[in-house]
Design a protein around this ligand. Structure first.
Ligand code: PMP
Length: 415
């Protein structure tokens, strides 16, 4: 099936972009690789791979503590990423950017520091029905510790949050609302600006899990007015083990440190330690220096491509893929929100998602099957798992054709 020209109006030069991603050039089981698992981790362009390599080959030294040339260089390169992340998020200052291992650690940092300090018995924390486990479990642990209550914004059949119900959950005991910007399991884009405003309306703070938004759309923490925003480097075409937690300066200043150790201190005696200024107060120990430098290259890469262009092209892919899959008998899309990122999550009558994934793999097609770390979402739809094709700007309509053809074969095999 060929791509109707009219559908690809953005003129995004995907073939040129694909040249930047060496991993995409291989065959798997003698078929060209079709990588449709970018929501789990995105592939890395040469500029990221080269930046990490250059650090190890030329500049490798520990940061912040050395007066020698290599340490100066590695410190400068690592700290440059802080400035890039500030611009990427449109934060007001570099000190609002804390480096963490990823989204999971960003959320845990807020729960362990701000949460421990500000949540007490009888208080309430609100999350939503479509959260990833990493935006559920840290709040559950905090609520257990503090005897606080976790409340959940419900969703409708499309996988959209019901804001009228959210409004009813808000009250004088609400301390924090923590929601995902984009659902990894369903692709739903949540109306986060409205969610943040409503939280602020009752004096609560708002944390946004941006793991699935940062690779796909322009983020502006100023416009969103989010108190905390976190994302992972590896989903935004950078390396694993590095990510960003943004927090409003006033909040970060008042929060206790996360972990104790080197770099997060100003002075240490056996009697008393004084802490370093923000953001270093939250960054104990030698960080993932190479990862930070690689993430800087990744942020430059997506910024140069243009997040608005990326979003427009991926929307075309989403519309194309949704139409293709809807023609497959017995296939049901899970997650049909009106505002949706490029995630195609589905079930096929009578065929287990793991079987679908295994047969597709034999055809070189990489999809994810399972609960996608969002078991409550699966429970809500009364299914154990879905097959999920998650797209990035390096995917093509012909790869979606290959997916649809592959699914027809799956149906032949199991039909
Ligand atoms: N939130 C969402 C919505 C995610 O998709 C993911 C990763 N699948 C995470 C949080 C956790 O990210 P990480 O594993 O990189 O910390």
């Amino acid at each position: 099936m060929s791509t109707p020209r009219s559908m690809l109006e953005t003129g995004f030069d995907v073939e040129k972009v694909r040249e930047d991603f060496p991993v995409l050039k291989q065959t798997i089981h003698a078929k060209p690789l079709v990588y449709l698992d970018s929501a789990a981790t995105a592939q890395k362009p040469f500029v990221v791979i080269d930046a990490i390599r250059k650090f190890h080959e030329v500049d490798c030294a520990n940061i912040h503590r050395g007066v020698h040339e290599l340490s100066q260089r590695s410190t400068a390169a690592y700290e440059e990423t802080r400035g890039k992340a500030k611009r990427f998020l449109n934060a007001r200052s570099r000190s609002e950017v804390i480096f963490v291992r990823g989204t999971t650690e960003g959320i845990n940092l807020v729960a362990s520091t701000w949460g421990r300090q500000n949540v007490s018995k009888g208080d309430e924390i609100i999350i939503s029905a479509l959260e990833h486990h990493s935006n559920i479990v840290p709040w559950q642990m905090l609520c257990e510790e503090k005897d606080a209550t976790l409340r959940v914004i419900p969703m409708n059949d499309r996988g959209e949050l019901i804001l009228e119900e959210y409004e009813k959950l808000l009250g004088p005991r609400t301390r924090l609302v923590a929601v995902g910007h984009v659902s990894n399991a369903l692709g739903t884009i949540n109306p986060v600006r409205a969610i943040v405003d409503m939280a602020h309306g009752v004096g609560a703070l708002a944390l946004i899990d941006g793991a699935q938004a940062a690779p796909h759309m322009k983020i502006d923490v100023g416009l969103l007015d989010a108190d905390f925003y976190t994302f992972s480097g590896h989903k935004v075409f950078g390396p694993t083990g590095i990510g960003v937690l943004y927090g409003k300066a006033k909040l970060l200043d008042a929060m206790p440190p996360y972990q104790g150790g080197g770099d997060m201190i100003r002075t240490v005696t056996f009697e008393k330690t004084t802490y370093n200024e923000v953001p270093y107060k939250f960054e104990a120990g030698t960080p993932n220096i190479a990862g930070g430098i690689g993430m800087g290259a990744a942020l430059d890469y997506v910024t140069n491509l243009g997040l608005d262009r990326i979003a427009a092209y991926e929307h075309e892919l989403l519309v194309y893929g949704t139409q293709l899959l809807s023609r497959i008998p017995g296939l049901r899309m899970i997650g049909t929100a009106r505002e949706k990122a490029a995630v195609l999550s589905f079930v096929i009558d009578g065929i287990h998602p793991h079987d679908i994934g295994t047969v597709l793999d034999r055809m070189g097609i990489a999809v994810r099957t399972g609960h996608h770390c969002a078991q409550p979402v699966m429970d809500w739809f009364r299914i154990p798992a879905t097959t999920r094709a998650s797209l990035a700007f390096y995917n093509t309509t012909s790869e979606l054709d290959a997916l649809a053809d592959g699914l027809r074969k799956v149906k032949e095999v199991f039909g």
